[in-house]
Every structure is written in structure tokens, then in C-alpha cells.
Write a protein of this length. Structure first.
Length: 153
């Protein structure tokens, strides 16, 4: 579910085409046709906001089932694959990651490393591409280097 939720958010923010989320959803539903959430999401495939609300409502009922670290690892891996090498594309990427940050539930958006999505592209405004890439790089590697387990950053 964490990968499907990540794809929903990435697609809603314009980082992936909506079809990428829809394909993941269809595959998940075919694998688990008796899953009520997947059935509801199938019905709402055309409405990103309704889909996000359904997803978050489902998780809020099963609070213990949402693992921020597992979700963050999935989201950071997918974002790392999408980060472009060209400067102009990085500017657009930054706008979209800021939009993605705005789609996260507030408590998650304020937590490390997710909060970095709100400012990672700021250095581009004064021409510091290297610093912006460093911030994104820290986000992409956050769950690989032990930081999520409480080690110093």
C-alpha cells in the first residue's frame, strides 16, 4: 500500500503521469479483488483528491499500519529516480516536489526528511544548483544511511 500511496501522491503532484498510479492501482486490485479500499480507489480513479482522501481515511482508521519510515523509503526511492540532471528540469522538479510536500498530511510534512521537500529548491533562486542537489541527495539517501533509525544526520 505504501508504494501505491507514493504513486498516488507523485501523480497528484505532476511528477508522474496519472496513468502510472492507475496502472499500479489496477495491478493491486487484480491481486486483491476483495480489498475494499482498492475497490473504492478503482471507482475513484479519475479523481485524485478523492483518491487521496480515501487513502488517508483508510490509514487513519488503521493508524498503527502506517509506517512513515517504510513510506518515506519508498517515496524517496521513487523521487530519486525522477530527479533530472538538467538545471531547467530541476527547477520544474522543485516546483512539483514543493507541491508534493503540500499533499502530505501535516504531521508527516513537518517531519524529517519530508520537510526538506518544502525548501530543497530554494538555493536555485540564488543560482546554487549544487546546494539544491545536495539537499535532494540527503532526502534520497535518508533511509539508506541509518538516519531514520535515530543516528546523527
Amino acid at each position: 500500500m505504501k508504494t501505491l500511496y507514493a504513486y498516488l501522491l507523485l501523480s497528484s503532484a505532476g511528477l508522474l503521469p496519472w496513468s502510472a498510479y492507475a496502472e499500479r492501482l489496477h495491478a493491486a486490485f487484480l491481486a486483491q479483488p476483495d480489498n475494499g479500499l482498492l475497490l473504492e480507489l478503482e471507482w475513484e480513479t479519475a479523481d485524485p483528491l478523492r483518491s487521496a482522501a480515501l487513502f488517508w481515511g483508510w490509514w487513519s482508521e488503521r493508524w498503527g499500519d502506517f509506517d512513515p519510515a517504510a513510506f518515506g523509503k519508498c517515496l524517496s526511492r521513487e523521487l530519486g529516480r525522477l530527479c533530472p540532471p538538467e538545471l531547467e528540469a530541476l527547477r520544474r522538479f522543485g516546483e512539483k516536489t514543493y507541491g508534493l510536500w503540500g499533499l502530505l498530511p501535516g504531521w508527516l510534512a513537518e517531519a524529517e526528511p519530508f520537510c526538506a521537500l518544502s525548501y530543497a529548491d530554494d538555493p536555485l533562486s540564488w543560482g546554487d544548483e549544487a546546494q539544491a542537489r545536495a539537499i535532494y541527495g540527503e532526502f534520497f539517501r535518508f533511509y539508506e544511511d541509518g538516519t531514520a533509525a535515530g543516528e546523527p544526520h
